[in-house]
Design a protein around this ligand. Sequence first.
Ligand code: BTN
Length: 282
Amino acid sequence: MCKDNNQQYFPAGRFQECLRTEKIARQVLWKEEIDSTNNWAKDYAGSRIWMEKGIKNPDGALFVAEKQTAGKGRQGRVWTSPPGENIYMSLLLWKPEIQPLSASQLTLVMGLSVAQGVEQLTGKRAGIKWPNDLVYSGKKICGILTEMKLKGQNPEYIVIGVGINVNQKKFPPELGDKATSLALEIGEEADRIEGIARIMECFEENYKKFLRTKDLSLMKEDYESLLLNKDQQVRILEKNSQWQGTARGINDRGELLVEDSHGNLREILSGEVSVRGLYSYV
Ligand code: BTN
């Protein structure tokens, strides 16, 4: 993350000093290289290494890597993860008191938190393409992948993985018109350590709200104020069909509300469909 005497390391002291949270990211694990921070967080949770270390529970532990060799995106896609430039991190929530069906809402909670944290860091407001892509100038800067392990009927843990293009200046041709980075958007390099701290603070606040109502009702307004799809024409790609409508916002469960051509408001659950703008990616 930072270079010191040509040694790459995560400046844990500086990070903890600038982090204003009670629980989230108070434990940070860092590696120069890993296959995927999501896999690492899941292995850690399942292995009980934390018990041997005398840690009561690993709730809020954050896993950060400088490089991923097998970064995972949604729908089995690859998340290209070059070293030295970006943020690759996964947050572990241990035994969260929520229903398994609500876990996907945490992806939206994190999306909102990344948008707010990045705005605090750079002063520049990002938009959200539902459900959780963060977008500047019509291009994506962040992706989020949430994974869950159940124990009986309840989540034993949830891992929320976040990849943010921070200081990357060049993208492969196939991503050129779809991806951008904070540095390209603001014209200077951004501090990744401070960025992680701001995002974790925003997440802690939003997560508290989420746990109070077990839904997004307390942050719906904030989310919708950043939602680029709002009042825009969208194309809904279902498994065997597609239709067009106008996105009107989200409901308390984070489903996209889309008005169809008959004026009916339909609720679109993330994961089941893809949403595209009519004329561009958003
Ligand atoms: C997407 O497809 O938009 C989701 C991308 C999620 C990438 C992040 S990078 C950190 C974490 N580890 C992974 O393997 N994936 C997530």
